[in-house]
Ligand binder design. Structure first.
Ligand SMILES: [Cu+2]
Length: 223
C-alpha cells in the first residue's frame, strides 16, 4: 500500500518512510535501525565434488557484501562460476539426487532450478554482476592450490562489496530464501574441464558440462 505524502513534508520524511518500510519487512531479518541483514551458508558438496566451505552475504543499505571460502575445488586455477540463486517459485534449498530428472547420476545446473531458482547475482571478481555474467568464466574466481602436494587445499577466497541487485532478490535474501551455488567439477579427474568428463553444458554448448555443473551449494540463512 502506497500512501500519498504531501510535498510540504519534504525529502527527509520520504527517506525516513522508506527506511521504516525496509526495517518493517521480514520479522527478525534486520538488526536495529541500520537495515542490515547478515546471512550465512554452510556450503556442502554437490555431485560428490568434495568441495565445502562457507559463504556470508550481508545486505546493507540495499547493497550486498559477499564473502565466500570454499575448499576442495577443481585445482590448477580452474575458474569456478558462482552465483546467488533465487526464485519466488523455487524450494529455497540445495538440490538432491531426486532432482536428477534425467537419471544420468549427475545434477546439472538446470536440474537444480526447482531447488535454488535461477541465477540472480553473478559473483564475479570484477565488472558486471547481473545474471548476464553468469557464465563469464574469465571474471570468475579461480581455485588456487594453498596446500602442499600431499594435502591439497584448492581454495577460493572471495570477497566483494557493494554489489547491486534487484529489490525482489534483496527481499529473498532477507527472508533467508537465497542460495549460494559454486560451479565447476572435474568429473574425470584429469585436472581440467573437458568434454570427455560429462559432455557439453546444457547452459552453453560451447562450454563443457564440467565447467558449469554445480560443485557445492548452501542456503543463505538469516543470522
Ligand atoms: Cu549458479
Amino acid at each position: 500500500m502506497r500512501t500519498r505524502i504531501s510535498t510540504s513534508i519534504g525529502l527527509t520524511a520520504l527517506a525516513v518512510a522508506s527506511v521504516a518500510a525496509v526495517t518493517a519487512a521480514p520479522a527478525g531479518a534486520t538488526t536495529g535501525s541500520s537495515a542490515r541483514t547478515v546471512t550465512k551458508a554452510h556450503v556442502d558438496s554437490l555431485n560428490n565434488s568434495g568441495a565445502h566451505g562457507s559463504a556470508t552475504v550481508v545486505v546493507k543499505n540495499g547493497k550486498l557484501n559477499v564473502r565466500a571460502r570454499v575448499h576442495g575445488l577443481t585445482p590448477n586455477n580452474a575458474p569456478h562460476a558462482q552465483h546467488i540463486h533465487f526464485g519466488e517459485q523455487a524450494r529455497h534449498e540445495c538440490p538432491t539426487f531426486r532432482d536428477d530428472t534425467n537419471n544420468d547420476f549427475r545434477l546439472n545446473t538446470a536440474e537444480g532450478l526447482p531447488a535454488y531458482g535461477p541465477i540472480r547475482v553473478s559473483l564475479t571478481t570484477r565488472g558486471d554482476t547481473s545474471p548476464a555474467s553468469g557464465l563469464a568464466v574469465d571474471r570468475m574466481p579461480v581455485a588456487r592450490d594453498r596446500g602442499h602436494k600431499h594435502h591439497r587445499m584448492n581454495a577460493i577466497n572471495y570477497s566483494r562489496y557493494g554489489i547491486r541487485t534487484q529489490a525482489d532478490v534483496l527481499a529473498g535474501i532477507k527472508a533467508g530464501e537465497a542460495v549460494y551455488v559454486i560451479h565447476g567439477i572435474d568429473y574425470n579427474g584429469n585436472g581440467r574441464y573437458d568434454f570427455n568428463g560429462a559432455g557439453r553444458s546444457e547452459l552453453d554448448p560451447s562450454l563443457p558440462a564440467e565447467a558449469t555443473d554445480p560443485a557445492a551449494c548452501g542456503v543463505l540463512e538469516v543470522q
